[in-house]
Write a protein that binds this ligand. Structure first.
Ligand code: UDP
Ligand code: UDP
Length: 466
């Protein structure tokens, strides 16, 4: 042995990248796209996960991809998670999302296993990409001299807004309903609801400690990989890289444009046939989905159902939570051929790419926003939690690729939904958003092609770290 692979001038070293996603589908999917991108560039890839998250990863990557998957044993019971939640290895399966911070803190129990792995893993690891929530992986990587890139499934816009609100000011000044504007971007005027889910809702000891750890590990990481592309938000990317000292942002997306390997999809999915029929009938469809995590109250689901019914548009609605099934019971019979409810995991990218889909009623998780942009489908933002209200603001105000619903007394009323759905599908604003989103879709394609901005950034990243 003697020399490390990088020292041997006669043999080009094969870089080896470790990917460590956080345990939820929304956080894992973009890193699996990244795995495939790296593999195609001749990089060896190892994905770190836990036993019950393995099947989803293995199925998405497919054995022929050449990626290695290693599970770290996850404890049966987690501190702070009630007995009913024991054995939970994913945020998506928590008995309540309010246990998020306990779960996230408990991931640190994986650290000794992770370090044993780093000690023995060959070929030598070139760099680690780990989710921002796995803050403790920075310490582990540093012990072994491995650069760590942090990954948050968020735009640069959100990173800049969070930094301006929380780190460059004395905390959020949104204790009343007044709008607060950001000094460097005076047109961005935030209200209480934009930030409520992010911070105000939880200031327990655990959540405060967690945020501190995540913030500090982020700041001390080698770089930040962002699932976005330069042409989408140049202002915020340049601002981040010139105004803040660390870590540098590397935009290598949209990762979902990786088309080479498809998910194993049921070819004859009932919704695909339904969409094909709509296309044949020359009907436009509104796709309705709220991601993999968010909880929607029964009252809200009822308002959405009535709003969709009244809007008279064609809709394909993914209702994933069992608790919501009862509420939507009967709607298909009432709207006849106009609506379809799907109760299982779908290939969202495929649906958005379907030619009949002309609008997306979305919770505005960042993956969903990007997938919609790439498919050239305008968005009606219906944010539910976390940074989604800010994503929805970005969609409407910065990117101008959609609209947002207004909340009234904690609910989006059916009348509001009906009005905005019509505006998106038939109105002037929808038309403008559709034009803009198609332009961005073309730019996204260019960014990931050989020689495009994201393609070059990934190339530089690989070469700089080896
Ligand atoms: N997704 C999917 N099928 C489903 C539900 C979700 O493929 O039935 C995918 C969706 O395409 C996206 C991810 O799951 O890539 C959800 O991520 P997002 O950031 O939009 O929201 P989150 O689930 O994290 O709230
Ligand atoms: N965070 C950070 N930089 C970022 C994004 C997030 O330091 O660019 C930290 C920040 O401290 C934030 C924490 O991660 O409060 C949790 O992120 P998020 O708001 O997504 O969590 P949520 O409130 O949705 O559970």
């Amino acid at each position: 042995m003697g020399s490390s692979p990088c020292d041997d001038a006669s043999l080009p070293p094969q870089p080896h990248v470790l990917l460590f996603p956080f345990m939820s589908k929304g956080h894992t999917i973009p890193l699996l796209y990244l795995a495939r991108l790296l593999l195609r560039r001749g990089v060896a890839v190892t994905v770190i996960t836990t036993p019950s998250n393995r099947p989803f990863i293995a199925q998405s990557l497919q054995p022929s991809s050449g990626a290695a998957i290693i599970d770290l044993p996850f404890p049966e019971t987690l501190p702070g998670i009630p007995a009913g939640g024991s054995g939970v290895e994913s945020v998506d399966n928590l008995p309540s999302i309010s246990l998020f911070f306990n779960f996230a803190m408990a991931t640190q129990l994986l650290q000794p296993h992770f370090e044993r792995l780093l000690h023995s893993l060959l070929p030598r690891v070139t760099f680690l990409v780990s989710d921002g929530f796995l803050w403790w992986t920075l310490d582990s990587a540093s012990k072994f001299g491995i650069p760590r890139f942090v990954f948050f499934g968020m735009s640069n816009y959100i990173h800049v807004v969070l930094e301006e609100v929380f780190n460059n000011n004395d905390g959020p000044q949104t204790h009343n309903d007044e709008l607060v504007s950001l000094t460097p971007f005076p047109w961005i005027r935030l209200c209480k609801d934009d930030l409520e889910c992010l911070v105000l809702r939880s200031h327990t000891k655990t959540s405060t400690e967690f945020r501190k750890k995540v913030g500090s590990a982020t700041a001390n990481s080698y770089g930040m990989i962002v699932n976005s592309f330069y042409e989408l938000e140049p202002l915020f990317i340049d601002y981040w890289n010139t105004e803040y000292s660390a870590p540098r942002t590397w935009c290598i997306g949209p990762l979902c444009l990786d088309q080479k390997v498809q998910y194993s999809k049921p070819k004859q999915a009932s919704w695909t046939q339904w969409l094909d029929q709509k296309l044949e009938d020359k009907c436009c469809v509104l796709y309705v989905a709220f991601g993999s995590q968010a909880e929607v109250s029964a009252e809200q689901v009822r308002e959405i159902a009535s709003g969709l019914e009244e809007s008279k548009v064609n809709f394909l609605w993914v209702v994933r939570k069992k608790s919501e099934w009862e509420v939507v019971e009967g709607i298909e019979e009432r709207v006849k051929e106009r609506g379809m409810i799907v109760r299982e995991w779908v290939d969202q990218r495929e649906i958005l790419m379907h030619e009949s889909v002309e609008g997306f009623l979305s919770h505005c998780g960042w993956n969903s926003v990007l997938e919609s942009v790439c498919a050239g489908v305008p968005i009606l933002g219906f944010p539910l939690m976390a940074e989604q209200p800010l994503n929805a603001r970005m969609v409407e105000e910065e990117l101008k690729v959609g609209l947002r619903v207004e909340v009234e007394g904690g609910l989006v009323r059916k009348e509001e939904l009906e009005k905005k759905v019509r505006e998106l599908m038939e109105g002037e604003k929808g038309k403008e958003a559709r034009k803009k989103v198609k332009e961005l879709a073309a730019m996204a394609e260019k960014a990931v092609e050989e020689g495009g901005s994201s393609w070059c950034t990934l190339e530089t990243l690989i070469h700089e770290t080896c």
